[in-house]
Design a protein around this ligand. Structure first.
Ligand SMILES: NC(=O)c1ccc[n+]([C@@H]2O[C@H](COP(=O)([O-])OP(=O)(O)OC[C@H]3O[C@@H](n4cnc5c(N)ncnc54)[C@H](OP(=O)(O)O)[C@@H]3O)[C@@H](O)[C@H]2O)c1
Length: 269
């Protein structure tokens, strides 16, 4: 147990991401009193059962909490804000996981000054996440420390002083795992098409990605150097990389990232 005092945490929206994070918080901190809410109640009950919390059928049932984790989608926030605003006092800390939604908009809609933005990613489920964080000026040092401790149970923290940078990095780190999973899918499907069993293909590609990621993380060599080590002139890898270059892979990625960033900006209001 890392904290002595019981801290009340409301979880508003208990989808995959919020449920995974809160499960890790509760494994790490015994001093959390968790209250969950979702419009259909089902996932609120499931999460409350898993972490020994209390599922609330309405926002009114949630007692006054120090921290409110907003785990719904940005498009669902207006509806939540209407219900939540009357129950907040100025001291509540709102921790938003919503992609793109700015602290200014969240603060205005909830009439609350203390806003924290966090952009986790799905490897947070296994404690290997990248968590991008931004604290609005009204959040005090104790509140900031507590939230940093909570989220460090799910992976590495990267704290930004400039909110725009969270939106800038969201496609790389929030969406990034999807790029890797898509690559895994393509490679597995190709092996299967060529007669390798699905089980064998999955195992090989998973280990290949695991090994490459571990090498990247632990090596002092840059990605370019590591790539060059696999690529001998006139060899097999050089042939494949040449084709990716001719297909403008870098440009395709840059365009995809640009579009994701624009989408985050569109969702900010
Ligand atoms: N998935 C990721 O990798 C990822 C990464 C970083 C951040 N995020 C952010 O995490 C948030 C949730 O994503 P997700 O993939 O976990 O979504 P999800 O699985 O669709 O979960 C959304 C949850 O919000 C609830 N909800 C809907 N309307 C609500 C309202 N008015 N008030 C309170 N709760 C409401 C839903 O309730 P029901 O169960 O009743 O439908 C559901 O439990 C998004 O804002 C996203 O930007 C996701």
């Amino acid at each position: 147990m890392k904290e002595e005092k019981k801290i009340k945490l409301a979880v508003l929206g208990c989808g995959n991401m919020a449920a995974a994070l809160v499960t890790r918080f509760c494994n790490e901190f015994e001093n959390l009193d968790v209250f969950t809410f979702t419009p259909t109640n089902k996932r609120a009950v499931e999460l409350a059962e898993r972490v020994g919390g209390q599922a609330c059928k309405t926002i009114v049932e949630i007692p006054e909490c120090q921290f409110y984790l907003v785990g719904c989608k940005p498009q669902q926030f207006d509806e939540l804000a209407e219900m939540l605003r009357p129950h907040l006092n100025g001291s509540a800390v709102i921790v938003s996981m919503m992609a793109g939604k700015s602290t200014e908009v969240i603060s205005k809609k909830l009439e609350s000054p203390k806003i924290i933005r966090v952009m986790p990613n799905t490897p947070s489920q296994i404690g290997k996440g990248v968590q991008l964080l931004y604290f609005s000026k009204s959040v005090d040092a104790n509140e900031q420390n507590f939230v940093e401790e909570l989220f460090s149970s799910s992976g590495e923290l990267f704290i930004f002083q400039n909110e725009d940078q969270i939106d800038l990095v969201t496609p790389h780190c929030g969406s990034g795992p999807a790029f890797i999973f898509e690559l895994a899918r393509i490679l597995i499907a190709d092996l299967e098409e060529k007669g390798i069993s699905r089980i064998g293909a999955e195992k090989m590609i998973k280990y290949m990605l695991y090994g490459a990621s571990s090498l990247l993380l632990n090596s002092t060599d840059s990605p370019t150097e590591l790539r060059n080590m696999v690529t001998s002139k006139g060899g097999v890898t050089a042939e494949a990389l040449g084709e990716l270059e001719r297909g403008n892979l870098e440009e395709v990625f840059k365009t995809a990232i640009k579009k994701a960033h624009k989408r985050a900006k569109d969702l900010s209001y």
